[in-house]
Design a protein around this ligand. Structure first.
Ligand code: HAM
Length: 430
């Protein structure tokens, strides 16, 4: 490498104009959350390592292989958050939120850190939009969360996607299913991949959604968990499907969807796109009815999802929906001559104070070059301040689209700009 620095492996810079797309995506999400009545939560970038090892699960890939863990100068083991849910639940418990019949609805936009092998759509620092609804045990809130996720992608225009839906049971019915799985898989265990052999001991359900094709073939004839649910899980599952039908969210039942975090109970779902390559999961989520208690709170149910921002943008690009309006000035302030320097700066200051996007030339170029640069910024109007105009207490107002130019009294410049912009915006709308 030369003497310059590069962004660390697995990270990337978001530069303009791409950053405008990120802003659009976040603002669509924030607007949607406001309509669904979720409120923003921001938690620290790092937490006590035990929060994640306990919350996400010691046996998961995330905790085993992917965490950015360090000891700080005070000897504490801290970890950069590999996901948002555990932190939100920790904050919920710490602030003593909740109570009987109380539902807390949060949303977040955050970076996450996982030491994974970087590839297209997979980064070591990536970004998520997510929601967590903590407090309601019933299936209607599951449907709301999945519906919000679906509405997000519909409004962003990510193109075709598939909603995979499953239930992975609860403490009542899962242990028996787990035993049955072990019993059925034991005889061919040595044919599975090393990860699955480890999962056999720690969490055999995860074998079902192993991405290694041979493991998929080996577990193809395993009976579905859907046939092993307890009555309460069946009622929840039926209620969820009725609620999804009521709000027009289509889905496909995928009995092999287990997901890679141990806190899930009952509902698990993933939104997949077939347009973004092997990292096809756009978002994922599910119910975590034991997590609040695991984090030291009273037993409280919860459900949420998180959507990868980078992957949403990839899907939008493939669908031709990755268009964002760049920021462009409405008015470009040009000046002719040194004497007009302060007057031009003052004019631009007043425009900006009046809420009008304005820009100027910072290279002491001649008037012609300034107007060329004004054109290239996409500005509609130019205000030109020169010696002659100043002597008359006026400024030149030029329409950069038609090329027409008039002289207006300085005192009326702002009002004229405002009414021209209002007329143009009106015309654009019609
Ligand atoms: P997750 O499935 O681990 O779930 O991540 C959710 C989404 O984050 C993925 O579908 C993907 O779009 C994105 N993502 C994850 N890792 C990376 C990466 N290395 N590079 C790029 N994108 C990535 C969770 O994180 C759970 N906390 C979701 C949840 C919320 N469950 C309940 N509430």
């Amino acid at each position: 490498m030369s003497s310059g620095f590069l962004a660390p492996r697995g990270t990337r810079d978001v530069l303009p104009p791409e950053s405008a797309l990120w802003q659009r995506l976040e603002s669509v999400f924030r607007d949607l959350c406001a309509r669904f009545r979720y409120e923003e939560i921001r938690t620290p970038v790092f937490e006590d390592t035990r929060l994640f090892s306990r919350g996400i699960g010691d046996s998961t890939d995330i905790v085993n292989k992917e965490m950015y863990t360090f000891t700080d100068r005070g000897g504490r083991s801290l970890t950069l958050r590999p996901e948002g849910t555990a932190s939100v639940v920790r904050a919920y418990v710490q602030a003593k939120l909740g109570g009987p019949n109380h539902l807390s609805k949060f949303f977040y936009v955050c970076s996450i850190f996982r030491y994974e092998r970087p590839q297209q759509g997979r980064y070591r620092q990536s970004h998520q939009l997510g929601v967590e609804a903590i407090g309601s045990p019933g299936p209607d809130i599951d449907a709301e969360v999945i519906g919000l996720n679906a509405a997000l992608y519909a409004e962003l225009g990510v193109g075709e996607l598939a909603v995979h839906l499953n239930t992975i049971g609860c403490q009542e019915c899962r242990p028996a299913y787990r035993d049955r799985l072990r019993h059925q898989l034991r005889s061919r265990l040595d044919e599975f991949c090393p990860d699955c052999q480890r999962r056999f001991e720690t969490n055999p359900l995860r074998i079902l959604d192993c991405k290694v094709p041979r493991c998929g073939e080996l577990s193809a004839d395993i009976p579905s968990i859907l046939d092993a649910l307890c009555p309460a899980c069946v009622a929840h599952w039926d209620g969820l499907r009725r609620a999804l039908d009521a709000i027009d969210v289509g889905y496909q039942v995928d009995p092999k969807l287990v997901r890679g975090l141990d806190y899930y109970t009952r509902t698990a779902f993933e939104f997949k796109s077939n347009a973004i390559g092997s990292q096809d999961s756009l978002s994922g989520g599910g119910r975590y009815d034991g997590l609040v208690e695991l984090c030291g709170g009273r037993p409280t149910p919860g459900i949420g999802f998180a959507a990868g921002i980078e992957r949403a943008l990839m899907a939008m690009e493939r669908a031709g929906a990755a268009v964002a309006k760049g920021t462009r000035p409405s008015v470009f302030v040009a000046r002719a001559g040194e004497a007009a320097r302060s007057a031009a700066l003052r004019l631009m200051h007043e425009l900006r104070e009046a809420g009008i996007a304005a820009d100027t030339d910072y290279f002491d170029r001649g008037l012609k070059a300034q107007l060329r640069s004004a054109d290239s910024t996409g500005a509609w109007l130019a205000l030109i301040v020169g010696d002659e105009e100043m002597a008359e207490g006026a400024v030149a107002l030029r329409d950069l689209v038609s090329g027409e130019q008039v002289r207006v009294p300085r005192a009326q410049a702002l009002d004229r700009v405002r009414s021209l912009l209002a007329a143009r915006n009106g015309a654009n709308r019609s």
